[in-house]
Design a protein around this ligand. Structure first.
Ligand SMILES: NC(=O)c1ccc[n+]([C@@H]2O[C@H](COP(=O)([O-])OP(=O)(O)OC[C@H]3O[C@@H](n4cnc5c(N)ncnc54)[C@H](O)[C@@H]3O)[C@@H](O)[C@H]2O)c1
Length: 335
């Protein structure tokens, strides 16, 4: 019989509900405990997906009734909750970023490294079946050695001003996923050059943030990585990668909800707009990231992004923030 892992979920906001849905879709996991100080959120999630509720995450860790937890509460709570998980000996998958302050991440690094239980980061895009296929084919040598990687990531619409105010800036909030995808293909990055633009959102500009960014990263073997982000896209969530190598190129493009195309007097090849946002586009990835984490929980070989992957992405985000401000290229040390 398949072992059923009893899961604790901490935080039931946007991404917490996605994780509850993913746990529900896995045949080797059950949602056992849910913690959220906003108890109505926990109760609504429990009503849909099961589980006991509490306002206090400590009750989940002390329950003796969970085999693993998912930390999906706001970023400033992550460091203390990872520590609580390690202290309780409970494996944890924590949402990105670990924290907005690299000093707090560094202070936890040794403890995370010494943790006897897996502590992994929620960089779900590594588990997108399309990006993962590109990665497997690159690793098989199909396109030779990587020379260039191009990542495009545009959200459908800008977030609310209240979200922007506490996000830590576009590089730490949004580009952080792309920094991780960059390192999925090219782990050793040595240099960051970034520019930020304010082309359409007065709200984002007023918050001192950018509504679009362009980043160039340099890998240790001289590879070039470009990242383009925008906080809006009139045609929907725009998520593409292209890996160019010495023997060829692999691309993974956008996905429409249907492959049906229309042809008429006004247009040809008419396709429905792309999937709206991360909930739809990365639904498989969110489920597969938990499945991979549970392989680690079971003591099997697994390849979930580590605490140090989370730290590396934050170092790159900090360097990009600095580069966009100063105009200079910033050298980074990720080890
Ligand atoms: N991987 C992704 O694609 C992705 C997408 C969105 C958000 N995130 C990350 O997930 C985290 C949560 O983001 P969100 O958009 O779901 O936020 P949200 O504001 O929608 O939800 C956060 C929830 O956590 C609850 N909460 C607050 N303090 C808590 C605590 N101490 N313990 C337990 N619950 C607590 C809140 O009441 C709320 O219900 C952030 O770190 C964010 O960066 C990741």
């Amino acid at each position: 019989m398949t072992q059923k892992f009893r899961m604790g979920l901490i935080g039931t906001g946007r991404i917490g509900r996605v994780h509850a849905m993913s746990i529900n879709a896995l045949d080797n996991a059950t949602l056992e405990w849910i913690a959220d100080p906003f108890i109505a959120g926990a109760e609504a999630t429990a009503a849909e997906f099961g589980g006991k509720v509490t306002t206090d995450p400590a009750e989940v860790f002390a329950s003796g009734e969970v085999d693993a937890v998912i930390i999906a509460s706001p970023t400033p709570t992550h460091v203390a909750l990872i520590e609580a998980a390690i202290d309780a000996g409970i494996p944890a998958l924590c949402e990105k970023p670990i924290d907005l302050d690299i000093a707090r991440v560094d202070a936890l690094r040794a403890k995370a490294a010494a943790s006897p239980v897996p502590i992994v980061l929620g960089f779900n895009r590594r588990f997108d079946p399309h990006f993962d296929e590109v990665k497997r084919r690159v690793d098989s040598g199909e396109i030779g050695s990587i020379e260039q990687l191009a990542i495009t990531s545009r959200d459908p619409a800008e977030p609310p001003a209240a979200y922007v105010a506490v996000s830590g800036g576009i590089f730490r909030d949004m580009t952080i996923h792309d920094f991780d995808i960059a390192r999925f293909f090219i782990p050793e990055i040595v240099e960051v050059t970034a520019r930020g633009t304010n082309t359409f959102s007065r709200d984002i500009e007023a918050a001192g943030d950018y509504d679009g960014v362009a980043v160039i990263l340099r890998g240790s073997k001289g590879e070039t990585i470009t990242i383009l982000n925008s906080r809006h896209s009139s045609f929907g969530y725009d998520q593409r990668i292209e890996v160019f190598g010495s023997k060829g190129m692999l691309q993974a493009g956008n996905i429409a909800p249907t492959s049906v195309r229309s042809f008429n007097a006004e247009s040809v090849e008419g396709l429905a707009p792309y999937q709206n946002f991360f909930l739809e586009r990365y639904a498989d990835a969110y489920r597969l990231e938990i499945a991979e984490f549970l392989r680690g929980v079971a003591g099997e070989p697994f390849r979930s992004p580590s605490f140090d992957d989370g730290r590396a992405a934050l170092i790159l985000a900090d360097a990009a923030t600095e580069s966009a401000k100063s105009g200079a290229t910033v050298a980074v040390e990720l080890a």
